[in-house]
Design a binder for this molecule. Structure first.
Ligand SMILES: Cc1ncc(COP(=O)(O)O)c(C=O)c1O
Length: 388
């Protein structure tokens, strides 16, 4: 068994989650604040990854790195075994992160002022990246159902009719934890094809699904894959976001060549040696660790849901994927500033306010449950105390 119960002090480790609380929440003293916001885990990485990095460290020279085919094969084999997705090594363009890869695709395949479609609520960079690149963001409201979401194809088509160039899909969906079905994906992709829209499919949470839900890669839901770019990464799955590694999967040769050329004009191709080493170890040997992790996450979720649901006005359901709980507090009658103030000042608990994911997230909080069980217990107790 791997160790998922040790509590590590992550303060003073250059951690966004623990060392930026004062800035993010405008607090002077955050030494007693429990951090359950940004999506990284408070678990030690898989020993196989640590060992691989240790081994690489034994060689004392960290010169320029190549992008070896065997590392690409590690990813190719992972997506085949995990998601029954067949890709070619040559489709893989390694990038520092999903966000840089997505930004690159938007920059390459759209022009200033072009329209980029996203669902809402959704992960905030889906809005900020296109906007910062001078693109116009069109939002398509997801339909709320039982504290989760559905795609409304009629609304989606109306949005496409506004002259959209690119649609960014989040699958599984952050923050709602929805694992989109093959049928959803088929319908969505058919509409995008009809309106000649490029789909950027962010599948960074794809390995983190709970039984019986299973991720369907968009590339497996459609026949014509020429207008799809998928992003995969081992970073969310294996808690190595600080090492930075991701890939764009680009089946269409012309698009791939265009992206490769763009990266060469900026020197952004390839991964550093630690990212290559970690990615290879994770994908080749991390499977058993991930299975244990999913058991731990699942029971953390169950505990948190059971106890949060006992609080007046709180509704929460288990996500189909991701380690993020999307908590509906609308029936408490509290506004977002009120509940955030209570959580932070009375509970000393840092969660994410739903409107960070768009106005459609109003009335929700996002809680990261990827931490040792003791922290889950403490977090839930603090939540209850804050609302007393
Ligand atoms: C949907 C989604 N995409 C991308 C990222 C970040 O990806 P990266 O760190 O590889 O840039 C996150 C992180 O939370 C995410 O939730």
């Amino acid at each position: 068994m791997s160790n998922f119960s040790t509590i590590y002090n992550r303060r003073n480790t250059f951690s966004v989650k623990w060392d930026m609380l004062d800035q993010i929440y405008s607090l002077e003293d955050t030494s007693d604040v429990l951090s359950m916001w940004i999506a990284d885990m408070d678990f030690a990485i898989a020993p196989v990854i640590k060992d691989a990095i240790h081994k690489r460290l034994e060689h004392p020279i960290f010169g320029y790195a190549i992008t070896p085919d065997e590392v690409k094969s590690a990813m190719t084999n992972w997506v085949l075994n995990k998601h029954q997705l067949t890709i070619n090594n040559e489709w893989i363009l390694f990038r520092q992160g999903v966000i840089p890869a997505m930004a690159e695709a938007i920059e390459v395949f759209t022009e200033l002022g072009d329209k980029v479609l996203i669902h809402t609520p959704v992960y905030p960079p889906f809005t900020s990246i296109p906007q910062n690149l001078g693109r116009e963001v069109i939002t398509c409201l997801l339909k709320e159902k039982n504290n989760s979401y559905e795609m409304d194809m009629e609304v989606f088509e109306e949005c496409l009719q506004k002259g959209v160039k690119v649609f960014i899909l989040c699958n599984p969906h952050n923050p709602g934890g929805k694992v989109w079905s093959k049928e959803d994906l088929k319908q969505m992709a058919a509409l995008c094809k009809q309106y000649n829209v490029l789909i950027l499919s962010d599948e960074i949470h794809s390995d983190l699904t709970y039984k019986p839900f299973k991720h369907t890669p968009l590339l497996n839901a459609v026949e014509d894959v020429s207008n799809i770019i998928t992003f995969f990464a081992p970073t969310k799955t294996f808690n190595i976001a600080g090492i930075q590694a991701a890939a764009s999967i680009v089946p269409d040769e012309k698009k791939r060549k265009t992206l490769e050329h763009f990266a060469m004009t900026r020197g952004t191709m390839g991964l550093n040696i630690f990212a290559l080493t970690a990615l290879q170890a994770a994908y080749e040997e991390g499977g058993p660790w991930l299975e244990e992790l999913m058991e731990v996450l699942s029971s953390n979720m169950d505990y948190a849901i059971e106890h949060l649901s006992n609080i007046d006005g709180i509704k929460v359901v288990k996500p189909e994927g991701t380690y993020l709980l999307w908590i509906n507090y609308r029936d408490t009658g509290l506004s977002e500033p009120d509940i955030m103030e209570r959580l932070l000042m009375k509970g000393r608990l840092a969660l994410e306010p739903g409107t960070k994911y768009g106005v459609a997230g109003d009335g929700f909080l996002r809680m990261n449950c990827a931490c040792p069980f003791e922290i889950i217990q403490e977090g839930v107790a603090r939540f209850a105390r804050a609302l007393e």
